[in-house]
Write a protein that binds this ligand. Structure first.
Ligand code: SF4
Length: 350
């Protein structure tokens, strides 16, 4: 059993079942999340017999580090092995101020699934299909193991690794509880971003949870027809309904929304696309992150994926300018880790 699948109330109940005082649960979670202790023998505030009970009952970590690749740009890609031999990835990304003097934040991009059932045409992970959902311990341990390995404190989390988080809803919501609770990692929910291709009914549900987080929508196209070509699931998700759900999310949470957009040459990067995108951006306080396409030919994509070509940098800049001229806010992202198999799923596939 993995301890990090338990929240405070569940662990209190377990303690009572063992004939131990409830307050021991808070001591255990404090040792795990605040002190990031690596094994139960180190929790000296607990009686020895109870520590032995914990060792017999729970495993401290649900995943282990299998590979670490460090990039010249400071990012670090981690490959983790799950208990059943499957693999997932996480990427550590340090962000500096303009002078490169001060590190402003450390973001960890984490996975919510091994593989992914959505099978987007531009994504290496999608070529794996769904291997399985991660439980909340496997999601949380990505953060704790990276902190331990690099001796750092992660300040921001993005669910942008392998998997569609809203299709693993229950476990992802529980992991959000652990990330944001005072007894857990105690991160601000404004420092956590959940990136989704847009599972409309789940977006409508997420803002009703106790701790909704920032939402990023992988838009990548501005019409149902083009979106359906690169995100097969989008054929059943009308863009108009999805954008209404995003508006509702903003109304209820007051947190600005991020859109993600990968331009593909001659497919979704025309001036008309830029103008439609600007119109979408103006519906709620938001910005679009334009992300250059990472080549995924190593994954031997089939169907439409084979035809997708990256839009060159100069055309990306022009595309961004048209969005700005039409009132949209734009960030053009540098991709991290070009020298360390940067594409999502690339390390797990290799
Ligand atoms: S982009 Fe995200 S949702 Fe699409 S296949 Fe890849 S991991 Fe899944």
């Amino acid at each position: 059993m993995y301890l990090k699948n338990y929240n405070l109330d569940e662990l209190k109940s377990w303690c009572v079942e063992q004939g131990v005082e409830q307050y021991r649960a808070a001591q255990i979670l404090n040792a795990v999340y605040t002190n990031n202790l690596g094994d139960f023998t180190q929790i000296e505030t607990l009686p020895k017999a109870f520590r032995e009970k914990l060792i017999k009952t729970f495993e401290m970590f649900s995943i282990k580090i299998s590979k670490v690749r460090k990039s010249v740009d400071g990012s670090v890609k981690f490959l983790f092995e799950l208990h059943d031999g499957k693999h997932i990835e996480a990427v550590y990304m340090p962000w500096y101020d303009d002078d490169f003097d001060t590190m402003e934040r450390i973001t960890l991009c984490i996975s919510s699934m091994a593989g992914c059932p959505v099978e987007c045409a531009f994504c290496a992970t999608g070529t794996l299909g769904l291997l399985r959902n991660l439980d909340s311990a496997e999601i949380i341990d990505q953060i704790l193991l990276v902190q331990k390995e690099l001796g750092c404190e992660i300040t921001n989390i993005v669910f942008m690794g392998m998997g569609e988080p809203l299709l693993n809803y229950k476990n992802v919501v529980k992991s959000l509880e652990i990330m944001t609770a005072e007894w857990g990692l105690n991160l601000s929910r404004r420092k956590i971003t959940l990136s989704t291709v847009g599972i409309t009914n789940r977006i409508k549900q997420l803002h009703k949870e106790i701790r909704p987080v920032k939402l990023a929508l992988s838009l990548h196209a501005t019409t149902d027809e083009t979106r359906g070509k690169i995100i097969p699931l989008a054929k059943n998700l009308k863009l108009s309904e999805l954008l209404s759900a995003v508006e509702e999310y903003y109304r209820e949470t007051k947190m600005p929304v991020t859109y993600e957009y990968i331009p593909f040459l001659g497919f979704n990067d025309t001036p008309a696309d830029a103008r439609r995108l600007a119109k979408i951006l103006k519906r709620v306080p938001s910005r679009v992150n334009i992300i250059p396409f990472n080549d995924i030919s190593f994954a031997m994509p089939s169907g439409f994926g084979k035809e997708l070509k990256p839009t060159p940098k100069n055309l990306i800049l022009e595309f961004g300018d048209i969005i700005r001229q039409n009132g949209g806010r734009v960030t053009i992202r540098d991709t991290f880790g070009q020298d360390i198999e940067a594409a999502c799923g690339q390390l797990a596939l290799s």
